[in-house]
Design a protein around this ligand. Structure first.
Ligand SMILES: [Fe+2]
Length: 196
């Protein structure tokens, strides 16, 4: 048997802050997948997966947006030092700043299990678009592709109910990137692409 891991959260958050990375996977096992995430400036989609999810705020506050079975959007505010449990298949969008850190515990996906990413109209809340992925390795970051597919497709971003077009966050990131040095530019663009 391998030695049981004991990980210091403060050292992990320091590493993420110093390297600019957004996520550090602590372990991935069938019953437990754990990672520390730094917040992202841009987060718009709702993630749906079949795992329970436990959040512990190491530093800063998270506004955990979620949708009820009736389709109503609610927000659970999770302050620093607080924890939250979320049932499986809850559409959720964890929003917290880049200098905030969360420990997230889920379970590894079953073979062939599908994660969904959904967007809703920011003006009238009508359903806009869904991307689906099989997440076999959390480090593979499938959300980057989901964001790319969505934002590069204007039809997907156009509300069929009210006609509002959701802004292209990738184009905005590219505009921002023109004013930043290369290292920061790459990090800023990736921060728009990834999520937790
Ligand atoms: Fe709309």
């Amino acid at each position: 048997m391998k030695q049981l891991p004991v990980l210091k959260l403060q050292e992990i958050t320091k590493e993420l802050a110093e390297t600019g990375k957004r996520v550090k996977v602590l372990w991935q096992e069938p019953g437990s997948l754990a990672f520390v995430a730094r917040g992202r400036e841009y987060r718009s989609e709702f993630h749906i997966n079949g795992s329970d999810e436990v959040t512990y705020m190491i530093k800063g506050t998270m506004n955990l947006h979620y949708r009820t079975p009736e389709g109503k959007e609610e927000i659970a505010v999770i302050p620093e030092g607080s924890t939250n449990w979320m049932p499986p298949n809850t559409p959720h969008s964890p929003r917290f700043p880049p200098d905030a850190f969360a420990l997230i515990v889920e379970r590894q996906r079953h073979e062939g299990e599908i994660d969904k990413f959904q967007w809703f109209c920011p003006k009238c809340d009508n359903f806009l678009h869904e991307e689906t992925f099989v997440v076999s390795d959390y480090r593979a970051d499938p959300v980057s592709q989901a964001y790319k597919n969505f934002f590069e497709n204007e039809d997907a971003r156009t509300c069929k109910k009210c006609g509002n077009v959701m802004p292209n966050a990738l184009a905005e990131a590219a505009t921002i990137s023109g004013r930043l040095p290369a290292r920061n530019r790459n990090e800023r663009i990736m921060s728009c692409l990834r999520h937790t």
